[in-house]
Design a binder for this molecule. Sequence first.
Ligand code: ZN
Length: 368
Amino acid sequence: MLTTLFDAHLDLAYNALGYDRDLTCPLSEIRLREAALYQTEEVDPSAPACQEHWGTPTVSLPAMRDANIRMCLVTLLARNSQAKIASHAPRRFDLDYAAPAITEAAAMGQLSYYKRLQIQGHIKLVCCRSELEAICSAPNGPIGCILSMEGCDPIVDPEDVQLWWQRGLRTACLAHYGQGRYAFGTGGNGPLTACGRQLLHQFQSRGLILDLVHTAEQAFFESLDLYDGPMYVSHANCRALVPSDRQLSDEQLQCIIHRDGVIGVVLDAWMLLPGYDRRSTPRHDVSLHHLADHIDHICQLSGNCCHVGIGSDLDGGFGVEQCPKEIESISDLQQLADILAQRGYVPNDINAIFHGNWLRFFREHLPT
Ligand SMILES: [Zn+2]
């Protein structure tokens, strides 16, 4: 029997718009189309950087149904690249935009994709608790999607939080990689910017939920002091097992647990296995057992199974090639249930990890 799954991080619209990927199709069709594109296009060394990240897809709406995903967090993902241009750092043509207004427009394009999927009956954007309950009580209905933002660069002005709330946004993290407009993200370290502090104030007064993923350590701890509202981490693993500033230290994990948050574990192979090298580590070396190790670590730190969930990030800049060996499709996540059971997790714990913890969190913190 399939366990109901709540996935706290999927870049659906980014993949649709960035890779021209029709997510309403079965994976087999998407793969055929993309394989054909590869065969007919000459490899161009000056091609946009996004091609590097174009792996074999594992996520489409039919595959999500096969995975028994009833709820997920879907992202808006677009970055303002002014700081990057200044530092001559690599720019992603599918992700980085020259001005906040263009970044906002890119995010609005992604939002319009979600709205169309909603009209077509594939998904339902969940903005409040009653909509969440409606999804939970209709197993054959659309997949419930809470709108999140990965990096707040599309928010042109902190005062626009109200506008984004009206557009359906319910949660966001402040930055992605490098210097964002509001905070340093992964790979940088520094405090919140002045705008970042104003933005957190707006989050707090509007009730927008804070995702502390990708937030550089100094800004992470500053946010804990400045923001009193609900917080969680959508997709990160444990630094104690795989060192990187992209992962959470035990101290950071304890802070999230202490604030009654949830941490979503992520499937990108380099975040699962220490020393993983994209070019040389055989895929066979990375397994869902490594994911279970990270789950275990969080459960040991919290002394229970109440603070960990899944934030798969599947197709978030990587494909099958960089997934644990069991994962050919997002539906293979179901195999994690058996692995946890073998380790002594009882059905109640497995349900909590697969969906119960995220449901509890969002039941408590979405508006009525
Ligand atoms: Zn991410």
